[in-house]
Ligand binder design. Structure first.
Ligand code: AMP
Length: 265
């Protein structure tokens, strides 16, 4: 098990793959830039939009050597693609723009097409999926069929007014999807990604109206997942107030306590 003592050294490691199989779907193969980790972690990141799951996923991937699989990223990749979207994808992208959830059927078909990512030797960090009880039950069946199981569900929590502040100041890179914040995590040069030099933009669904709709969808449809996973003994609550580094440290501590079953710090 990873110790917090060697966390600094591991943090320098690069992310595991280019996630081609996840982002582009069937037919695409990932390019890996490291050997698989000794232990593959299979985790879900749960938390309201804007709680910082994307940033925490970046940290965790570097430490655990796993892949960040975000369903929102798949939709955004489809939105940015020059290819004409399928009718189902068109409906999904319109729902996304309004801040509403995409239908379970579309999401589950999309994830099923990418089932190979669920038994990848690098493990996975699922972000934004599952988002409804239906999706969670379907994921359990999918993992069962693949003889895989979850190690835990990291559930990030933060007060709602803080979420609105975080979302309205969020900027995302068109090139590599890295996220910044105009106040708490500004890029070195305004509008330009520190990591790849890509253009930073404000997501279409990061406006006040969509933010309200997304938070309501979270409260009604996604929050009940905390009870679902608590009942399975998988829930790992993490306070997401504080700097991204502080939250990461709290997440690693909580994960370590869950996996090693002993007090971390
Ligand atoms: P995210 O990047 O996770 O905030 O997702 C952006 C948007 O994509 C959401 O507001 C939804 O419209 C859609 N979306 C992503 N994942 C899902 C999901 N698992 N179920 C339904 N809609 C989703």
């Amino acid at each position: 098990m990873l110790s917090l003592a060697n966390f600094g050294a591991l943090f320098m490691a690069t992310t595991a793959s280019d996630k081609a199989a996840w982002l582009q779907g069937p037919g695409a193969d990932c390019t890996f830039n490291t050997e698989p980790p000794q232990r593959a972690y299979r985790l879900i990141l749960l938390g309201a939009p804007g709680v910082g799951k994307g940033t925490q996923a970046e940290f965790l991937c570097k430490v655990l050597g796993t892949c960040h699989l975000s369903t929102g990223d798949v939709f955004r990749a489809a939105k940015g693609s020059t290819a004409e979207p399928s009718p189902a994808m068109k409906v999904a992208l319109d729902a996304m723009q309004r801040g509403e959830l995409v239908t379970d059927e579309t999401v589950l078909n999309m994830v099923a097409e990418r089932a190979g990512c669920m038994h990848c030797p690098f493990g996975f960090l699922l972000d934004g999926f599952p988002r409804t009880l239906n999706q969670a039950r379907a994921l359990d069946v999918m993992l069962g069929n693949l003889h895989q199981s979850l190690d835990g569900v990291l559930s990030f929590d933060v007060p709602e007014e803080e979420i609105v502040r975080r979302l309205s100041g969020r900027r995302t890179c068109r090139g590599c999807n890295a996220t910044f914040h105009v106040e708490s995590k500004p890029s070195k040069k305004e509008g330009v990604c520190d990591l790849c030099g890509g253009e930073l933009y404000q997501r279409g669904d990061d406006n006040a109206e969509s933010i309200r709709t997304r938070l309501q969808a979270y409260q009604e449809q996604t929050k009940p997942l905390a009870d679902y996973y608590a009942a399975q003994g998988l829930l790992i609550p993490v306070s997401a107030s504080g700097s991204p580094e502080e939250v990461h440290k709290a997440a690693m501590c909580a994960l370590q306590e869950k996996i090693a079953r002993k007090k971390c710090c």
